[in-house]
Write a protein that binds this ligand. Structure first.
Ligand code: NAD
Ligand code: IPM
Ligand code: MN
Length: 357
């Protein structure tokens, strides 16, 4: 019997609601398969910040480091500035544990309505490989001056080593898929960092002769993603460009509420962290409207990462089954189900596996 230790951080807003779904599904997995999860639930959130003055305790990263994987809902809530909540929790986790890959799969699922015409979106299945450790998300910068003379500056950092490792990850990913990488750039003479990005991605591509790599300006790529999403196999992008492209891709596939992500630490020290792409969604929080699929698909990525292939595959097919019918889809996908009803449906399918096996 495998015993796996999980750190659960529900966070804020719908993060808490989709974490409830995840817990229900993890319980169904351990009731059905040969695995036990020990779950440490951590109340690290904006609410904790109001209470204690910190998003997480001083030894928070040590606590996480003792687990096999981290599952996170969403962080951020009105009343706490985003730079406080994000630099106080999310970003330190990604950086301390070496989670330099942010992997974000996208698919158009059977039966799911998309804003793009079905003949264009059918068969869409790609992954965004987002650089997760540096780039435009740097700590260097700030605001200087006052009033009409105020200026804000942000220093991007693109190191050869970080671009090389993310490009390598993208090429290797393409080798196990359909063999095409599109590199998002903006190197047309304006952004200096992007010429380094291009040069390094080109060098890495040479080492992968079976992969075709095309370099595309991100503005044109965004348009292509809407017009021809099924052309994409693997997208490699910097931290900010990957962030924007992944919300766009999720919307093209029907809703930001279905997109999952894995913050992977391929070279350690780990652990890796899994979380939906979406945020805390203050506009729908507390109403049972949140789509839990982005979180549940993130659980699939986590189970795969933990080499629990059988429950991962069963959960993925239960997700696909729920997405086929509007009665088991949430409102963002034109459905009528609540967060809890989608979760119940998926959990029941998993528990049925136990009866049939
Ligand atoms: P958001 O993703 O929370 O919401 C954007 C829109 O998408 C909203 O209209 C929301 O209702 C909708 N939406 C999001 N998830 C959904 C779901 N599961 N089901 C149905 N609809 C869903 O983005 P935002 O409004 O820009 O950010 C809100 C807060 O979340 C901010 O504080 C932001 O910093 C934070 N945030 C955190 C993370 C994270 O923890 N990784 C990610 C993104 C945003
Ligand atoms: C995401 C989020 C975060 C990011 C924010 C909240 C810092 O948008 O996980 O996609 O940009 O990485
Ligand atoms: Mn984002």
């Amino acid at each position: 019997m495998a015993v796996v230790s999980l750190a659960l951080i529900p966070g804020d807003g719908i993060g808490v609601e989709v974490m409830e779904s995840a817990k229900q599904i993890l319980d169904a997995v351990q009731a059905t398969y040969d695995v036990t999860f020990t779950m440490t639930e951590l109340d690290w959130s904006c609410e904790r910040y109001h209470r204690t003055g910190a998003m997480m305790p001083a030894d928070g990263l040590d606590v996480l480091g003792r687990h096999d994987a981290i599952l996170l809902g969403a962080v951020g809530w009105p009343g706490v500035p985003d730079h406080v909540s994000l630099w106080g929790l999310l970003i330190p986790i990604r950086r301390t544990f070496g989670q330099y890959v942010n992997l974000r799969p996208m698919r158009v699922f059977e039966g799911v309505p998309t804003p793009v015409r079905p003949e264009l979106s059918a068969g869409t299945d790609f992954v965004v490989v987002r650089e997760n450790s540096e780039g435009e998300y740097s700590e260097v910068g700030g605001r200087i001056g006052r009033g009409s003379s105020e200026v804000a500056l942000q220093q991007s950092t693109f190191s050869r080593v970080a671009v090389e490792r993310i490009a390598e990850y993208a090429m290797t990913t393409a080798e196990s898929r359909r063999g095409h990488v599109r590199s998002a750039t903006k190197s047309n003479g304006i952004i200096h960092t992007m010429t380094l990005w291009d040069e390094v991605v080109d060098d890495v591509a040479v080492r992968h002769p079976d992969v075709t790599m095309s370099r595309e300006h991100v503005d044109a790529m965004a348009a292509r993603m809407v017009m021809h999403p099924s052309d994409f196999d693997v997208v490699v992008a910097s931290n900010l460009l990957g962030d924007i492209l992944s919300d766009l891709a999720a919307a093209v596939c029907g809703s930001i509420g279905i997109a999952p992500s894995a913050n992977l630490a391929p070279d350690g020290p780990g652990p890796s962290m899994f979380e939906p792409v979406h945020g805390s969604a203050p506009d729908i929080a507390g109403k049972g409207l949140a789509n839990p699929i982005g979180m549940l698909w993130s659980v699939v990525l986590m189970l795969e990462h933990l080499r629990l292939q059988e429950p991962a595959a069963a959960l993925m097919s239960a997700i696909e089954e729920s997405l086929r019918d509007p009665r088991t889809r949430t409102a963002d996908l034109g459905g009528t189900a609540s967060t809890g009803e989608v979760t119940e449906f998926v959990a029941a399918l998993l528990l049925k596996e136990r009866v049939s096996s």
